[in-house]
Design a protein around this ligand. Sequence first.
Ligand SMILES: [Zn+2]
Length: 446
Amino acid sequence: MNSSLRLASRPGGWPDDAPPRSACFGLSPEGCSGDTLEDLRSYFRRLSAHHGMLPWTFAFRAIAPLLGGRHFDSRRHIAKDCYGLAICGITDLAARWSNALNLLTLRHDLERHTLRPLGSMLSPYKLLSRCERFCPACYAQDDRSNNPKYNRLLWLIDCVKACPIHGMRLKQIPTPKIGDGEAFWLPGSSRVDGSNLARDVAEEAYPEEIKFAWLVVDLLEDCQLRPDAFLGSPAIPTFLSHASASLFGGIAATFAAELGISKGEFHGWMTGEVHPSLHWIVLMAYCCNCRVSDVLLGNTPAVFWTGRPRNLDYRLVNKKRKGASAPTSVLIANFEQLITSGRVRCLQEAADTLDVSVKFLHKIAPDHSTRLIENGKDYQKDAAKANGDAKFSEFLSSHTRLRTKGPYASRRLVVADVRERTGLTFGFRQACEFQRRANRMAGIAE
Ligand SMILES: [Zn+2]
């Protein structure tokens, strides 16, 4: 811990018994129930906005020193975590971030805005969504009630596909093109053009997806109400034995078949050697008509079989790929044709097109795969260069326009002008470099 950062102080002249002031604003997190609780990343973004800083800068200056970042590079490395969802997950990273934010704001409850309280119960496998998602109707509701728009903890859990309140399927936050990803907006604003995501439209969700979401909401609420119960190890084998005896006469193989899983994997769950992912745990609770916390804590409630959800199979079983049934020579020929025609730019795209896994493709055609990976790197470089050129063109345009109005077009004015005209943003180093280039082109001395 860096002791040079003052976390709490008392303004001069205040009485000695006055409470100390926190280093950062003591912003209150939003939401209090399982379906409305704000996630830590969203809280952090709003807090940084209150301090007038971009989240990365705020993380670099305030969080990284508390997490042991003594040098510039290590602080940069730590600050990068502010972009990921892992700071809201179940790992030590979430604990460290919530602890640091607690210290800065003199709060003590920020860990409950992560999945950390369920850390000893859940497997990290497929727990967090791979992308940021949102419900437009929830954002619209925030707008109508004059509250800040914020992201719900529920939305970042992978097996939750729908907003349980509005019955809408969660939408993926639009991501900017390669090279434009530095901008990091407040929750509820598009990272592409800054537009209000509350105006977006979502599809109606299946009833099973909504039920799944409510089951996870119940789990979050159970954890809030009885945190001590979730401190130990999961007791899933106890529940499985109970459900197997109650529903299938103690025949585990039938239970496994009804759930749609192999006997071997189910045996691993029964012995406690393997922890199922949250997807499977929620499916068990759904099929047995009980709560997710019953499965995790090894409770023995009355259960009855409701059957597998019809519309969710595609999310709960491993993806069945049919491409591998074709002869290897045909697959390799098709793969080569994809590369030469330029239809695919990375190995994942090729694997998806051929309906095989990336691992399988790499195994049958290692040379082609390596070639495609190299091509992908070149493509990314070209795309980043083209993007940089386009941004400089806009920068130069604003620079020229502002010079005609006043004696000197400062970097800040130019950046603000480009942002207002196009929504483009610049990193500090990039803006400095563009300013130097534009000045040189205009014949202005450094
Ligand atoms: Zn909603």
